[in-house]
Ligand binder design. Structure first.
Ligand SMILES: Cc1ncc(COP(=O)(O)O)c(C=O)c1O
Length: 463
């Protein structure tokens, strides 16, 4: 069979679910009850990288915590970025229950109040004049709606996106994504015209320019990463859209002025700018949207994940009113397009984020967390770079600061030690400890989590 003989794809996301360290951790952590559930999962689910076979089990999720079937509790600094308001927020559960009693479903030919109220609310909180919306059940679908709108609006089909980006697992979303695991070998032909360029990544500039302690040296690089987007726009001459995460989830933040430069290049070449804010939207980076940091308004903004409050699946594409140009067609004809329960969840989630000042919390506690990681960097020479914004931050581990050789094994060791001590997070790109806590996190919980990271580093990495 082709699949089994194909080479394993390069690993960019998450921990490898078959690594020796994982096997060892599982052997000393799981009891018979856990093993049985994990075996059932592996028996019935299709195996795929970064999910089945699973890391562990889960029986409870509450606030910032998850708990396995054996009663081990973990502060969840991963949460797939759905848990902005914490798991099982009482106000959200009550709103969902009430909505299910009042109107559990709406066939999409019928307007319903929660769906229109959420659409209005999103237009109010989004940057610029983004004000027309379509809802989907997942982020990948919403990305593909945006791609279709870009085609209709420009009469072009080509796109420019970043290598290493993830935009979803559907064929269209994987075509603009840049990770082997979702697009290469067994996957087969993808959309045509999906050009990719190297992303901004100042600590590891793909164009080879040196950084200064993680910061770009703009006098040397002249922001080649942004210029290259312009270059491809010019060479192709008929690109419909540039699509990207404004703040990469790795996490890499853009060099100052990057998005302004790309925005003006798009305008000059008649291309639209689509921001994928599926993980970053609704406050993760310490502003309501990551693009607010860069003061750039896209033509389309896609959000998802936390929009359903960590309970229900809903995503959205939000566009400028001038892009409402394909009324004769059906780009987002999804069964749950106007589901009153998922849209009620979205509306209530935003209310909670506003009432509890969660965006401000992410900004303040996130800044202090980055300071604390920088203090650890002074202590542990294996921390090569600390970066992030708000509650999307991380530390990249290296074998040597000079060579920057990635310390993948060390990252795994730290990860499993942290799990042992009650902290869950995700490793990205093999060597970056990536932390994305819920926005309801308290200072005490943040201190506790970072002390665990400090201890795990102390035990695994020489000072
Ligand atoms: C940046 C980004 N875009 C798109 C998606 C896809 O969203 P979904 O899994 O809801 O299809 C994800 C999910 O992880 C994501 O992180």
């Amino acid at each position: 069979m082709k699949g089994s003989s194909s080479p394993a794809p390069q690993q960019a996301e998450g921990e490898i679910n078959t690594s020796a360290r994982r096997v060892d951790w599982a052997e000393r952590t799981h009891d018979a009850k856990s093993r049985e559930l994990l075996a059932e999962d592996a028996r019935y689910f299709l195996h795929q990288s970064v999910s089945t076979p699973c890391l562990s089990t889960i029986a409870k999720a509450e606030g910032a915590w998850i708990e396995d079937v054996q009663g081990h509790r973990y502060l969840d600094f991963h949460g797939n970025n759905v848990h902005h308001i914490g798991y099982g927020h009482p106000k959200l559960k009550a709103a969902i229950a009430k909505q299910m009693d009042e109107l559990p479903f709406a066939p999409r030919r019928f307007a319903c109040e929660p769906a229109t109220a959420l659409a209005r609310k999103l237009s109010e909180i989004s940057p610029g004049d983004l004000s027309k919306v379509l809802f989907t059940t997942g982020g990948s679908d919403a990305i593909e709606v945006a791609l279709k709108i870009a085609r209709a609006a420009t009469g072009r089909h080509k796109t420019i996106s970043f290598w290493d980006a993830f935009h979803g697992a559907g064929f269209g979303a994987a075509s603009v994504g840049g990770e082997q695991m979702f697009r290469s070998n067994v996957i087969g032909p993808l959309l045509t015209g999906t050009e990719h360029v190297a992303p901004f990544a100042c600590y590891r500039c793909p164009y080879g320019y040196p950084d200064k302690d993680g910061e770009p040296q703009l006098d040397l690089c002249k922001m080649t990463c942004a210029n290259f987007v312009r270059y491809v726009l010019e060479k192709e001459g008929d690109v419909a859209a540039v699509i990207a995460e404004p703040n990469r989830a790795v996490p890499f933040i853009p060099p100052p002025g990057f998005w302004k430069e790309v925005r003006s290049a798009c305008d000059e070449h008649g291309a639209l700018l689509i921001f994928d804010e599926i993980p970053t939207g609704l406050g993760k980076t310490g502003k309501m949207f990551a693009c607010d940091h860069d003061e750039v308004v896209p033509d389309m903004l896609v959000m998802g994940k936390a929009l359903g409050g960590g309970i229900l699946p809903i995503a959205a594409v939000l566009v400028r009113p001038e892009l409402d140009i394909a009324g004769q067609y059906a780009f987002g004809h999804y069964t749950h397009e106007k589901n009153p329960v998922t849209t009620r969840a979205g509306l209530t989630t935003i209310e909670i984020i506003e009432e509890e000042n969660l965006v401000e919390n992410a900004a303040t506690l996130g800044a202090s967390a980055i300071n604390r990681l920088n203090e650890m960097k002074d202590k542990y020479k294996n921390i090569g770079d600390v970066r992030g914004r708000g509650f999307l931050f991380g530390a990249e581990l290296v074998l040597d600061r000079e060579s920057k050789e990635p310390a993948n094994d060390l990252a795994e060791e730290v990860f499993y030690r942290c799990l042992d001590k009650g902290l869950s997070f995700k490793i990205t790109m093999g060597n970056t400890l990536t932390f994305t806590p819920p926005l309801i996190l308290t200072q005490k919980q943040m201190d506790e989590a970072l002390s665990i990271v400090d201890e795990a580093l102390h035990e695994s990495a020489p000072a």
